[in-house]
Design a protein around this ligand. Sequence first.
Ligand SMILES: Cc1ncc(C[n+]2csc(CCOP(=O)(O)OP(=O)(O)O)c2C)c(N)n1
Length: 267
Amino acid sequence: MANPDVAKLETIAREGRVEILRMLTHAGSGHPGGSLSVIDILTDLYFNRLRLDPARPQWEDRDRFILSKGHCVPAQYFCMAKRGFFPMDRIVTLRKLGSPLQGHPDRVALPGIEAATGSLGQGISVAVGMALGLKLAGKAARVYCVLGDGETQEGQVWESLMSAPKLGAPNHHLDNLCVVLDYNGIQLDGFVKKILDQAEANKGAPTFIVAHTVKGKGVSFMENDPEWHGKAPKPDEAVRAIREIVGDPVPAWAAPIVAELSAMGKK
Ligand SMILES: Cc1ncc(C[n+]2csc(CCOP(=O)(O)OP(=O)(O)O)c2C)c(N)n1
């Protein structure tokens, strides 16, 4: 989109960070670091780019979004709720038995999710296939996919990215595919550079964007610390984190969440 309202997107992403911390604290498990790094990318996609109709999640001409780093789905749940796919109060059921909001995206349980991801590397392959299918069907819809930098170590990522520029040629180049790399520099067990350096950006069509992000962004004690890859905050930690994100005094919209999490900490 030509002129995104950046201030509006920043406000939404700030709310997203608060809701991510809230849902992870309720769940007692999950992945704060990569959810906090990817929320800015997802905010741009969901509120500036994707053509979706929450009332018709299966609308044929919709753009498709696949979160290949599926463990960071709390960020996507926030965006979906905010866009009206389901009520925001449902996000506290994250990872609960029977909830459609599982720890990794489930396309059967939650309309609006395009692919079950979480086994790293698979989402990008699905995205490439979808882009080809849409081209062959003559649809103008686009496919967006977000990859983690640690995830690029999966062989399947390389296979799909090498095939993407070739598939559909000569008449159906996949210029409807846009892949964004959440380059936060940290994977599960440490810094990506120390483990295996990441992919170089592919030039030409399809598009591949390297987004330089910060894992745990917005929370000083989570930023750039691999400890916070896959550990939920305790209620008092979540309150501290939210205060950092929203500032002091806590604004009215965030006050009930701070009160809710403070009460959890006293139980
Ligand atoms: C095939 C596969 N192997 C291992 C895992 C376990 N795992 C979950 S998250 C993760 C690290 C992913 O790192 P990255 O892609 O950089 O994600 P981010 O830092 O953005 O959270 C790993 C190894 C998995 N989900 N799937």
